[in-house]
Design a protein around this ligand. Structure first.
Ligand SMILES: [Zn+2]
Length: 217
């Protein structure tokens, strides 16, 4: 799998420092699972972070600060429920979801427009996270939209393209407030994406306005 689209360094740093919201964090974790080059980048940040920590007086720091940052990079611990949840997710979504989603609740597919469906992803303990799976049929044109905050989109199956490029499984698109686009699903098969929205999408983005009556985001 060749991955051509990656999170920005700023996002990887926020992920490494544990300051990314729970929603974007599961999308970035899903990307990291399949992207060796981003995992290497995170390791570089950790080395720099470690060097900074070493140069600082230990007193004001909690001794486990670095351990806690590193902990956030790990995958959620597997539990006895993991196996059955993975099977249930597979049945609901029709494909195996990234391990970063194994502890999440996945809702049923709901209608969003002709050939367009969404499913709510609930992260335990983070009820305000705006995360969903989107599924579009082959060739579907999504509504043109801008962004009130950053939209993190990881392609899980199929493909998607817009004015800026083509996105295949493993690619991550980070679209911020400067991006206006109209994504189109590739012609060969349906496309399933994992999406997290940051910021007040309800007020400012067309995608947010479209989703809000259905999703409550
Ligand atoms: Zn990457």
């Amino acid at each position: 799998m060749t991955i051509n689209h990656h999170p920005s360094d700023a996002t990887l740093l926020r992920h490494a420092a544990g300051t990314l919201g729970a929603g974007p964090a599961v999308v970035i974790a899903a990307h990291l699972e399949g992207c060796e080059s981003c995992r290497r980048r995170i390791s570089e940040f950790e080395s720099v972070g470690g060097a900074i920590l070493e140069g600082m007086p230990l007193e004001p720091l909690k001794t486990d600060a670095l351990a806690r940052v590193l902990e956030r990079l790990d995958l959620p611990p597997s539990s006895p429920r993991s196996g059955s949840l993975v099977t249930r997710h597979h049945r609901l979504v029709g494909l195996e979801l990234p391990p970063s989603l194994h502890h999440c609740e996945i809702g049923p597919w709901r209608w969003l427009g002709p050939g367009f469906r969404w499913s709510k992803v609930s992260i335990p303990g983070s009820s305000d996270a705006k995360v969903m799976l989107l599924k579009g049929r082959a060739g579907l044109k999504l509504p043109a939209h801008g962004h009130g905050g950053t939209e993190f989109l990881q392609v899980l199956s199929g493909s998607l393209f817009d004015e800026r490029g083509r996105y295949h499984p493993g690619d991550l698109d980070e679209a911020d407030i400067d991006v206006d686009h109209q994504p189109v699903v590739g012609p060969d098969s349906e496309c399933i994406c994992l999406v997290a929205l940051e910021g007040d999408t309800r007020l400012h983005s067309a995608l947010g306005r479209l989703l809000w009556p259905f999703v409550g985001f």
